[in-house]
Design a protein around this ligand. Structure first.
Ligand code: TYM
Length: 333
Protein backbone atom coordinates (compact mmCIF):
# COMPACT_ATOMS: atom_id res chain seq x y z
CA UNK A 1 0.00 0.00 0.00
CA UNK A 2 1.15 3.56 -0.71
CA UNK A 3 0.93 6.12 2.05
CA UNK A 4 2.15 9.71 2.07
CA UNK A 5 3.51 11.55 5.07
CA UNK A 6 4.78 15.11 4.99
CA UNK A 7 5.20 18.01 7.39
CA UNK A 8 5.74 21.72 7.77
CA UNK A 9 7.19 23.58 10.73
CA UNK A 10 5.01 26.21 12.36
CA UNK A 11 7.83 28.72 12.68
CA UNK A 12 6.63 32.09 11.46
CA UNK A 13 5.06 32.80 8.13
CA UNK A 14 4.52 30.22 5.47
CA UNK A 15 6.12 31.41 2.22
CA UNK A 16 5.91 30.81 -1.49
CA UNK A 17 8.65 28.15 -1.30
CA UNK A 18 6.61 26.10 1.19
CA UNK A 19 3.59 26.43 -1.06
CA UNK A 20 5.22 25.63 -4.41
CA UNK A 21 7.74 23.12 -3.06
CA UNK A 22 5.32 21.25 -0.82
CA UNK A 23 1.65 22.08 -0.16
CA UNK A 24 0.65 22.53 -3.80
CA UNK A 25 2.05 19.12 -4.64
CA UNK A 26 0.24 17.54 -1.70
CA UNK A 27 -3.05 18.77 -3.12
CA UNK A 28 -2.22 17.14 -6.44
CA UNK A 29 -1.24 13.83 -4.83
CA UNK A 30 -4.25 13.38 -2.58
CA UNK A 31 -6.35 11.63 -5.22
CA UNK A 32 -3.81 8.85 -5.60
CA UNK A 33 -2.52 8.31 -2.06
CA UNK A 34 -3.72 8.00 1.50
CA UNK A 35 -2.18 11.13 3.03
CA UNK A 36 -1.06 12.26 6.47
CA UNK A 37 -0.02 15.91 6.73
CA UNK A 38 1.51 17.17 9.91
CA UNK A 39 2.18 20.56 11.46
CA UNK A 40 5.46 19.62 13.12
CA UNK A 41 5.36 21.71 16.29
CA UNK A 42 7.90 19.44 18.04
CA UNK A 43 10.39 20.16 15.27
CA UNK A 44 9.70 23.88 15.63
CA UNK A 45 10.91 24.02 19.24
CA UNK A 46 14.38 22.79 18.30
CA UNK A 47 14.94 26.54 18.08
CA UNK A 48 13.32 28.93 20.58
CA UNK A 49 9.69 29.75 19.81
CA UNK A 50 7.50 32.17 21.69
CA UNK A 51 4.70 29.89 23.00
CA UNK A 52 1.80 32.13 21.90
CA UNK A 53 3.38 32.59 18.47
CA UNK A 54 3.87 28.81 18.14
CA UNK A 55 0.17 28.22 18.84
CA UNK A 56 -0.88 30.89 16.34
CA UNK A 57 1.51 29.62 13.71
CA UNK A 58 0.33 26.02 14.18
CA UNK A 59 -3.20 27.16 13.35
CA UNK A 60 -1.98 29.25 10.44
CA UNK A 61 -0.11 26.36 8.83
CA UNK A 62 -3.16 24.12 9.24
CA UNK A 63 -5.33 26.86 7.71
CA UNK A 64 -2.92 27.16 4.77
CA UNK A 65 -3.11 23.42 4.12
CA UNK A 66 -6.91 23.46 4.15
CA UNK A 67 -7.18 26.69 2.15
CA UNK A 68 -4.81 25.30 -0.48
CA UNK A 69 -7.17 22.38 -1.02
CA UNK A 70 -6.03 19.53 1.25
CA UNK A 71 -9.13 17.50 2.09
CA UNK A 72 -9.01 17.13 5.89
CA UNK A 73 -11.94 14.72 5.95
CA UNK A 74 -10.57 12.26 3.44
CA UNK A 75 -6.99 12.65 4.66
CA UNK A 76 -5.35 13.55 7.97
CA UNK A 77 -4.13 16.96 9.14
CA UNK A 78 -2.85 17.18 12.71
CA UNK A 79 -0.17 18.74 14.86
CA UNK A 80 2.65 16.45 15.81
CA UNK A 81 2.69 16.95 19.60
CA UNK A 82 -0.79 15.41 19.90
CA UNK A 83 0.56 11.99 18.94
CA UNK A 84 3.05 10.94 21.61
CA UNK A 85 4.34 8.01 19.58
CA UNK A 86 6.39 10.44 17.42
CA UNK A 87 8.56 11.16 20.47
CA UNK A 88 8.69 7.51 21.52
CA UNK A 89 9.89 6.33 18.14
CA UNK A 90 12.31 9.26 17.85
CA UNK A 91 14.01 8.02 21.03
CA UNK A 92 14.40 4.54 19.60
CA UNK A 93 15.84 6.07 16.43
CA UNK A 94 18.25 8.15 18.54
CA UNK A 95 19.66 4.77 19.48
CA UNK A 96 19.70 3.47 15.89
CA UNK A 97 21.17 6.45 14.02
CA UNK A 98 24.93 6.95 14.24
CA UNK A 99 26.64 10.19 15.29
CA UNK A 100 28.58 10.12 12.04
CA UNK A 101 25.35 10.16 10.04
CA UNK A 102 24.01 13.21 11.86
CA UNK A 103 27.36 14.98 11.60
CA UNK A 104 26.88 15.08 7.84
CA UNK A 105 23.54 16.92 7.94
CA UNK A 106 23.97 20.24 6.16
CA UNK A 107 20.78 21.75 7.59
CA UNK A 108 22.13 21.40 11.14
CA UNK A 109 25.34 23.12 10.09
CA UNK A 110 23.38 25.95 8.44
CA UNK A 111 21.00 26.43 11.34
CA UNK A 112 23.54 26.07 14.12
CA UNK A 113 25.92 28.46 12.33
CA UNK A 114 29.23 29.24 13.98
CA UNK A 115 27.90 28.80 17.50
CA UNK A 116 27.44 25.02 17.36
CA UNK A 117 28.12 24.49 21.04
CA UNK A 118 25.06 26.55 21.85
CA UNK A 119 22.63 24.73 19.51
CA UNK A 120 19.99 22.59 21.22
CA UNK A 121 20.44 18.83 21.34
CA UNK A 122 17.02 18.68 19.69
CA UNK A 123 18.26 20.59 16.66
CA UNK A 124 21.04 18.04 16.25
CA UNK A 125 18.74 15.03 16.64
CA UNK A 126 16.01 16.63 14.51
CA UNK A 127 16.45 14.26 11.53
CA UNK A 128 15.78 11.27 13.81
CA UNK A 129 12.43 12.76 14.80
CA UNK A 130 11.69 13.37 11.13
CA UNK A 131 12.45 9.71 10.36
CA UNK A 132 10.10 8.76 13.20
CA UNK A 133 7.33 10.95 11.75
CA UNK A 134 7.47 9.08 8.48
CA UNK A 135 8.15 5.54 9.65
CA UNK A 136 5.63 5.61 12.51
CA UNK A 137 3.01 5.27 9.78
CA UNK A 138 5.16 3.13 7.52
CA UNK A 139 4.75 5.88 4.92
CA UNK A 140 6.10 4.98 1.50
CA UNK A 141 6.24 8.42 -0.16
CA UNK A 142 7.28 11.82 1.16
CA UNK A 143 6.55 14.91 -0.97
CA UNK A 144 9.04 17.65 -0.04
CA UNK A 145 11.17 20.43 -1.51
CA UNK A 146 14.74 19.68 -2.51
CA UNK A 147 16.18 20.92 0.80
CA UNK A 148 14.74 17.89 2.63
CA UNK A 149 16.42 15.31 0.40
CA UNK A 150 19.31 14.64 2.75
CA UNK A 151 16.98 14.13 5.71
CA UNK A 152 15.00 11.64 3.66
CA UNK A 153 18.17 9.71 2.86
CA UNK A 154 18.87 9.52 6.57
CA UNK A 155 15.35 8.21 7.20
CA UNK A 156 16.02 5.48 4.65
CA UNK A 157 19.30 4.59 6.37
CA UNK A 158 17.58 4.43 9.76
CA UNK A 159 14.81 2.21 8.36
CA UNK A 160 17.36 -0.16 6.84
CA UNK A 161 19.51 -0.32 9.98
CA UNK A 162 16.52 -0.98 12.24
CA UNK A 163 15.33 -3.77 9.93
CA UNK A 164 18.82 -5.22 9.82
CA UNK A 165 19.71 -4.90 13.51
CA UNK A 166 16.47 -6.48 14.68
CA UNK A 167 16.28 -9.04 11.89
CA UNK A 168 12.90 -7.78 10.65
CA UNK A 169 13.43 -7.54 6.92
CA UNK A 170 10.96 -5.15 5.23
CA UNK A 171 9.38 -4.06 8.53
CA UNK A 172 9.99 -0.42 7.68
CA UNK A 173 9.67 0.49 4.00
CA UNK A 174 12.27 2.64 2.28
CA UNK A 175 10.38 5.94 2.02
CA UNK A 176 10.67 7.59 -1.40
CA UNK A 177 11.09 11.34 -1.68
CA UNK A 178 8.69 12.95 -4.16
CA UNK A 179 10.36 16.14 -5.32
CA UNK A 180 7.92 17.40 -7.93
CA UNK A 181 7.37 20.33 -10.25
CA UNK A 182 9.48 23.26 -11.45
CA UNK A 183 9.82 24.99 -8.08
CA UNK A 184 11.49 22.35 -5.95
CA UNK A 185 13.90 24.97 -4.65
CA UNK A 186 12.48 28.49 -4.65
CA UNK A 187 15.28 30.97 -4.04
CA UNK A 188 15.44 34.28 -2.16
CA UNK A 189 14.18 37.26 -4.17
CA UNK A 190 17.27 39.16 -3.03
CA UNK A 191 19.94 36.49 -3.63
CA UNK A 192 19.40 33.75 -6.19
CA UNK A 193 22.02 31.54 -4.55
CA UNK A 194 20.14 31.31 -1.21
CA UNK A 195 16.90 29.43 -0.75
CA UNK A 196 13.75 31.35 0.18
CA UNK A 197 13.49 30.83 3.91
CA UNK A 198 11.44 31.87 6.93
CA UNK A 199 14.62 32.74 8.79
CA UNK A 200 16.04 35.20 6.23
CA UNK A 201 16.31 38.56 8.02
CA UNK A 202 15.21 40.42 4.88
CA UNK A 203 11.40 40.50 4.57
CA UNK A 204 11.86 41.41 0.89
CA UNK A 205 13.53 38.05 0.25
CA UNK A 206 10.31 36.05 0.47
CA UNK A 207 6.64 36.20 -0.44
CA UNK A 208 4.56 35.18 2.56
CA UNK A 209 1.24 33.42 2.17
CA UNK A 210 -0.26 36.27 4.20
CA UNK A 211 1.13 39.11 2.02
CA UNK A 212 -1.52 41.27 0.37
CA UNK A 213 -1.50 42.18 -3.33
CA UNK A 214 0.50 45.39 -2.78
CA UNK A 215 3.18 43.60 -0.76
CA UNK A 216 3.47 40.85 -3.37
CA UNK A 217 3.78 43.40 -6.21
CA UNK A 218 6.37 45.42 -4.28
CA UNK A 219 8.52 42.39 -3.47
CA UNK A 220 8.49 41.20 -7.06
CA UNK A 221 9.19 44.71 -8.39
CA UNK A 222 12.15 45.00 -6.05
CA UNK A 223 13.41 41.46 -6.67
CA UNK A 224 17.05 41.35 -7.71
CA UNK A 225 17.67 40.90 -11.46
CA UNK A 226 20.52 41.90 -13.75
CA UNK A 227 20.95 44.51 -16.50
CA UNK A 228 20.44 42.09 -19.41
CA UNK A 229 17.12 41.29 -21.08
CA UNK A 230 15.28 38.06 -20.33
CA UNK A 231 17.09 35.02 -21.81
CA UNK A 232 16.29 33.64 -25.26
CA UNK A 233 16.73 30.01 -24.15
CA UNK A 234 17.55 27.87 -21.11
CA UNK A 235 21.27 27.98 -21.89
CA UNK A 236 21.30 31.77 -21.77
CA UNK A 237 19.89 31.54 -18.24
CA UNK A 238 23.05 29.91 -16.90
CA UNK A 239 24.90 32.00 -14.33
CA UNK A 240 21.79 34.16 -13.78
CA UNK A 241 20.29 32.55 -10.66
CA UNK A 242 17.85 35.38 -9.85
CA UNK A 243 16.45 35.32 -13.38
CA UNK A 244 16.16 31.52 -13.34
CA UNK A 245 14.33 31.75 -10.01
CA UNK A 246 11.73 34.27 -11.20
CA UNK A 247 11.12 32.31 -14.42
CA UNK A 248 10.80 29.10 -12.39
CA UNK A 249 8.25 30.72 -10.08
CA UNK A 250 6.29 31.92 -13.10
CA UNK A 251 6.32 28.43 -14.62
CA UNK A 252 5.17 26.83 -11.36
CA UNK A 253 2.38 29.34 -10.73
CA UNK A 254 1.11 29.13 -14.30
CA UNK A 255 1.50 25.33 -14.46
CA UNK A 256 3.57 25.54 -17.65
CA UNK A 257 7.04 24.32 -18.50
CA UNK A 258 10.09 26.50 -17.95
CA UNK A 259 10.87 26.35 -21.69
CA UNK A 260 7.44 27.75 -22.54
CA UNK A 261 7.88 30.61 -20.08
CA UNK A 262 11.35 31.39 -21.44
CA UNK A 263 9.91 31.45 -24.99
CA UNK A 264 7.05 33.69 -23.90
CA UNK A 265 9.31 36.41 -22.45
CA UNK A 266 12.48 35.92 -24.56
CA UNK A 267 14.41 39.15 -25.10
CA UNK A 268 11.97 41.34 -23.16
CA UNK A 269 12.87 43.73 -20.34
CA UNK A 270 12.11 42.93 -16.69
CA UNK A 271 9.51 45.67 -16.15
CA UNK A 272 6.67 44.00 -18.04
CA UNK A 273 7.68 40.49 -16.91
CA UNK A 274 7.67 41.48 -13.25
CA UNK A 275 4.25 43.05 -13.60
CA UNK A 276 2.90 39.88 -15.25
CA UNK A 277 4.50 37.74 -12.54
CA UNK A 278 2.99 39.89 -9.76
CA UNK A 279 -0.47 39.69 -11.38
CA UNK A 280 -0.12 35.93 -11.70
CA UNK A 281 1.01 35.50 -8.09
CA UNK A 282 -1.86 37.64 -6.79
CA UNK A 283 -4.38 35.75 -8.93
CA UNK A 284 -3.14 32.35 -7.72
CA UNK A 285 -2.52 33.18 -4.06
CA UNK A 286 -5.43 35.59 -3.52
CA UNK A 287 -8.21 32.98 -3.24
CA UNK A 288 -6.08 30.85 -0.91
CA UNK A 289 -5.38 33.87 1.28
CA UNK A 290 -9.08 34.79 1.44
CA UNK A 291 -9.90 31.28 2.57
CA UNK A 292 -7.03 31.30 5.09
CA UNK A 293 -8.37 34.52 6.62
CA UNK A 294 -11.85 33.04 6.82
CA UNK A 295 -10.50 29.92 8.56
CA UNK A 296 -8.34 31.90 10.96
CA UNK A 297 -11.45 33.71 12.17
CA UNK A 298 -12.79 30.36 13.37
CA UNK A 299 -9.98 28.90 15.44
CA UNK A 300 -12.38 26.45 17.11
CA UNK A 301 -12.93 24.83 13.72
CA UNK A 302 -9.19 24.53 13.00
CA UNK A 303 -8.58 23.08 16.47
CA UNK A 304 -11.34 20.53 15.89
CA UNK A 305 -9.83 19.50 12.53
CA UNK A 306 -6.43 18.99 14.20
CA UNK A 307 -7.95 17.03 17.07
CA UNK A 308 -9.89 14.76 14.77
CA UNK A 309 -6.80 14.28 12.60
CA UNK A 310 -4.69 13.39 15.64
CA UNK A 311 -7.17 10.79 16.74
CA UNK A 312 -7.08 9.09 13.36
CA UNK A 313 -3.28 9.39 13.22
CA UNK A 314 -3.04 7.72 16.65
CA UNK A 315 -5.12 4.79 15.56
CA UNK A 316 -2.88 4.14 12.55
CA UNK A 317 0.28 4.56 14.64
CA UNK A 318 -0.75 2.51 17.70
CA UNK A 319 -0.48 -1.04 16.30
CA UNK A 320 2.74 -0.17 14.45
CA UNK A 321 4.26 1.27 17.64
CA UNK A 322 3.27 -1.83 19.61
CA UNK A 323 5.00 -4.01 17.05
CA UNK A 324 8.11 -1.79 17.18
CA UNK A 325 8.28 -2.03 20.98
CA UNK A 326 7.88 -5.80 20.89
CA UNK A 327 10.57 -6.01 18.24
CA UNK A 328 12.95 -4.00 20.42
CA UNK A 329 12.16 -6.24 23.41
CA UNK A 330 10.26 -3.82 25.65
CA UNK A 331 8.17 -5.72 28.22
CA UNK A 332 4.41 -5.40 28.77
CA UNK A 333 3.71 -3.14 25.79
P1 TYM B 1 10.00 23.19 6.43
O1 TYM B 1 8.99 23.55 7.44
O2 TYM B 1 11.29 23.92 6.42
O3 TYM B 1 9.39 23.32 4.98
C1 TYM B 1 8.15 22.71 4.64
C2 TYM B 1 8.19 22.22 3.21
O4 TYM B 1 8.48 23.29 2.33
C3 TYM B 1 9.60 22.95 1.53
N1 TYM B 1 10.39 24.18 1.29
C4 TYM B 1 10.73 24.62 0.09
N2 TYM B 1 10.48 24.15 -1.15
C5 TYM B 1 10.95 24.85 -2.20
N3 TYM B 1 11.67 26.00 -2.06
C6 TYM B 1 11.95 26.52 -0.83
N4 TYM B 1 12.62 27.66 -0.71
C7 TYM B 1 11.46 25.81 0.31
N5 TYM B 1 11.55 26.03 1.64
C8 TYM B 1 10.89 25.00 2.23
C9 TYM B 1 10.38 21.94 2.33
O5 TYM B 1 11.21 21.16 1.51
C10 TYM B 1 9.28 21.15 2.99
O6 TYM B 1 8.79 20.17 2.09
N6 TYM B 1 12.03 18.98 8.21
C11 TYM B 1 10.88 19.54 7.51
C12 TYM B 1 9.56 19.24 8.18
C13 TYM B 1 9.30 17.81 8.47
C14 TYM B 1 8.99 16.80 7.54
C15 TYM B 1 8.79 15.61 8.31
C16 TYM B 1 8.83 16.79 6.16
C17 TYM B 1 9.31 17.23 9.70
N7 TYM B 1 9.01 15.94 9.59
C18 TYM B 1 8.48 14.41 7.71
C19 TYM B 1 8.50 15.56 5.57
C20 TYM B 1 8.33 14.39 6.32
C21 TYM B 1 11.04 21.04 7.42
O7 TYM B 1 11.73 21.64 8.18
O8 TYM B 1 10.28 21.62 6.46
Amino acid sequence: MSRIFSGIQPTGNLHLGNYLGAVRNWVKLQDDFECIFCVVDMHAITQWQDPAALTASTREVAAAMIASGVDAKKHIIFNQSQVAAHAELAWIFNCVARLGWLNRMTQFKDKAGKNRENASVGLYAYPNLMAADILLYRATHVPVGEDQKQHLELARDIAAKFNHDFGVEDFFPQPEPLILGTATRVMSLKDGTKKMSKSDPSALSRINMTDDADAIAKKIREAKTDPEALPEDAKAMEGRPEVANLLGIYAALSDTSLDDVIAQFAGQGFGAFKKDLADLAVAKLGPIQDEMRRLMDDTAHIDAVLKDGAQRARSIAAPIMTEIKQTVGFLNV
